[in-house]
Design a protein. Structure first.
Length: 160
């Protein structure tokens, strides 16, 4: 009975992770909101989660350990999202990850225009929000919640 609950929970996390990735692509490609580099990095925990869960569902013998890896994956996603929220609110200055280094020594007009077109979106600019809350903020809470749930399941995991 418990193993069925664990498998169901893994399936729910898998579905949520796939939905999260698809929603990010929807916002980017259909709504036209270009993500910053940190937004792109925040997709990685969800991609890792999908790969890990598919692997566990196929091989079925690493289910308990998968909850520990999922917890660590979501914890890292939460920390990355906290860092992003800190940049959005001006508490932390942007780093090289945000890619806003502009070469000020260029004097050719065409090169300046080319550089401006390829300029990365600033990590402090919120281009998409739901009810006034940035996706990085939402991701902070969701990732922290999933990290906590998967860690508790790892601790309480029972096998037949």
């Amino acid at each position: 009975m418990k193993l069925l609950k664990y498998k169901t929970l893994l399936n729910l996390i898998l579905i949520f992770s796939v939905f999260s990735i698809l929603f990010a692509f929807y916002v980017e490609y259909f709504l036209g909101h270009k993500p910053c580099n940190l937004c792109l990095l925040q997709r990685l925990p969800y991609i890792i989660t999908v790969i890990l869960i598919v692997f566990v569902l196929i091989f079925k013998n690493l289910e308990r350990l998968s909850f520990l890896f999922l917890s660590l994956t979501f914890l890292s996603g939460s920390l990355l999202a906290i860092y992003h929220v800190g940049i959005e609110h001006g508490l932390i200055s942007e780093s090289f990850v945000c890619g806003n280094n502009i070469d000020t020594s260029i004097t050719d007009k065409n090169e300046i225009m080319k550089q401006l077109k390829n300029k990365a979106i600033s990590c402090k600019d919120v281009t998409f929000a739901i009810f006034g809350v940035s996706l990085a903020t939402i991701n902070t809470f969701i990732s922290a919640l999933l990290a906590t749930i998967t860690l508790l399941i790892f601790i309480k995991y029972e096998k037949k």
